[in-house]
Write a protein that binds this ligand. Structure first.
Ligand code: 5RP
Length: 251
């Protein structure tokens, strides 16, 4: 892995305190520097990816980019891209994508990710799995030593049919990590429904889950599970924006 550190402010200048959203924007704008005219682009979902999509729209409007095709990873991103005039298509028409830019909830030292706290993990995994290059953009708060270790959840998309049965199977699978499986709600007392009409179970783990590939395979073997939010060995580059500057980590 190679690393490049870019300082945001000249040495000796007073420290600039940036908000988390400003850091997200800095990472997003840096990632858009990888975009070239004529590319097929995977457009991510979430508050970080939103900045990248805005920036792509702006460069198109200014004529600094042309001939772009966007493949959105959610209905929300699709709406945003349409409002910006970004031409869109899908994986059926473009099974190979040049570059995807998307955020993450956790990034480990091997550039494995947890995604899906925004609920779009299935389409994100389909699109990002079809990319030649996947640039993940985060602020430094997303860096973890071990996935699932930040006290936040590992999201799993499941079919609504007998969701308790599937949630119980997931909880049992990770009982060694003191797992609690919770159905995600929409904030109004109803289950959160994904763009694909499915539910999300959030797995709260108190201990590390061990080998990630083994855990991934075991989750996917449960009938009723559609996909999970671990993105193993998928990001080719991670751009991290922090108070001290931008770090670019490559596979
Ligand atoms: C959505 C995602 C997002 O990329 C992830 O939740 C990060 O979101 P944000 O950029 O808002 O912090 O995986 O499914």
């Amino acid at each position: 892995a190679s690393m490049e550190a870019l300082s945001l402010s000249p040495p000796m200048s007073p420290p600039v305190i940036l908000t988390q959203d400003e850091l997200k924007k800095i990472a997003a704008y840096k990632a858009v520097e990888f975009v070239e005219s004529g590319m097929v682009l995977g457009l991510g979902t979430g508050s970080t990816a939103k900045h990248a999509v805005d920036r792509i729209g702006e460069l198109l409007r200014q004529g600094k980019l042309s001939n772009i095709v966007g493949i959105p990873t959610s209905k929300k991103t699709q709406e945003q891209a349409v409002s910006l005039g970004i031409p869109l298509s899908d994986l059926d028409n473009y099974p190979t994508i040049d570059l995807a830019i998307d955020g993450a909830d956790e990034v480990d030292p091997h550039l494995n990710l947890v995604k899906g706290r925004g609920g779009s993990l299935l389409r994100e995994k389909m699109v990002e799995g079809a990319c030649k290059k996947f640039v993940c953009i985060v602020d430094e708060s997303k860096l973890v030593k071990h996935l699932g270790g930040s006290g936040l959840a590992l999201p799993v998309e499941i079919v609504p049919f007998c969701w308790k049965f599937t949630a119980n199977k997931l909880q049992k699978l990770f009982q060694g990590s003191d797992c609690v499986a919770k159905l995600r709600n929409d904030g109004e007392g109803k289950p959160f429904v994904t763009d694909n009409g499915n539910y999300i179970v959030d797995l709260y783990l108190k201990k590390e889950m061990g080998d990630l590939q083994v855990a991934s395979d075991a989750i996917l073997r449960i009938a009723g599970v559609v996909e999970h939010g671990m993105f193993l060995d998928m990001a080719t580059t991670v751009i991290v924006a922090g108070e001290l500057g931008i770090t670019i980590k490559d596979k």
